[in-house]
Design a protein around this ligand. Structure first.
Ligand code: CO
Length: 295
């Protein structure tokens, strides 16, 4: 990996992790989700990176992939909530993806939080080029189970490439699935353990409010001029990275309904909300193997 790219990753990683830690401190009883996502996203931009994906706020049985829409002003944190804050920043397309979890006002789930954090540390300890990723899944599962929780088997970490958040390689949270492909030197991987006191699987729920521009949208073939302009602006602004409906409010001076309809019609949701049967939590970080070390 050349020095310039490595330094983009390092800077993106630093800005994303600062924003994550800043964001976790903002999560308090009575505070609105929207306020927190807006503050975290502003912080990333102010520090000189761009947003790799909308800040995710996933609470309690929602394991991942929720972001509030611009009018979700009634979504407010409550005491006892287990809150996952997932943050992505990029420099010139080189992405850092990182998350942390907190519990508001209680300590009922301290062990669960500790289990996934320790699983992450153990996974990082084993990670190197050519490692069998099933061994990473095994150490994550064993660590989480040693605390009496389950490791979610159908959410995984992933590899990242320039302007590509999920570039093909999965980092499993249990020792099954993708063991054959091994990471190479310079691969960038996000390791994302999830501990739960539920069943250890997620099912897909409602829309996440997160969208992505698909390659099949060719703006020059869109007949309606207003829609065409909108598609061009979306592509220019977000390229191939996920975006939130609330990031598009200024692209259309017209009503919310037109905006929402256009987005829903033209762009696929990047994923639905992933929901557990019961409480859960997770932490993740992005690591880059380079010159024999993980950054
Ligand atoms: Co990720």
């Amino acid at each position: 990996m050349d020095d310039a790219i490595y330094s983009c990753y390092k800077t993106a990683g630093k800005i994303a992790s600062q924003a994550r830690d800043y964001g976790i401190k903002l999560v308090k009883e009575g505070v609105c989700y929207l306020e927190v996502v807006n503050d975290i996203e502003s912080k990333i931009l102010k520090n000189g990176a761009k947003l790799a994906f909308p800040v995710n706020i996933s609470i309690n049985d929602i394991a991942a992939h929720f972001t509030p829409s611009h009018n979700d002003v009634d979504l407010v944190f409550r005491k006892g909530d287990v809150v996952k804050v997932d943050v992505g920043a990029h420099i010139d397309g080189y992405i850092a993806d990182t998350a942390a979890t907190c519990e508001i006002g209680n300590t009922n789930y301290s062990d669960m939080l500790k289990a996934s954090r320790e699983a992450l540390d153990n996974a990082i300890g084993l990670m190197k080029a050519n490692v069998n990723l099933l061994n990473i899944g095994k150490v994550i599962k064993d660590t989480i189970e040693s605390y009496g929780f389950k490791s979610i088997d159908n959410l995984t970490g992933h590899s990242l490439e320039r302007y590509n958040l999920h570039s093909g390689l999965s980092v499993p949270n249990v020792p099954s699935g993708t063991g054959i492909i091994k990471p190479k030197v310079d691969d960038v991987l996000a390791i994302e353990p999830f501990a739960t006191d539920g069943e250890g699987h997620v099912t897909s729920g409602n829309s996440s409010n997160i969208y992505i521009s698909s390659k099949s949208i060719k703006s020059k073939f869109i007949r309606d001029s207003r829609t065409r302009l909108f598609a061009m602006k979306i592509r220019r602004r977000f390229n191939t990275l996920p975006f939130a409906e609330r990031w598009c409010a200024d692209l259309f001076s017209n009503t919310d309904i037109i905006l929402k309809t256009l987005i829903c019609r033209m762009y696929k949701t990047v994923s639905s909300v992933d929901r557990c049967k019961k409480w859960n939590c997770y932490t993740d970080r992005t690591y880059c193997y380079c010159y024999g070390r993980w950054m």
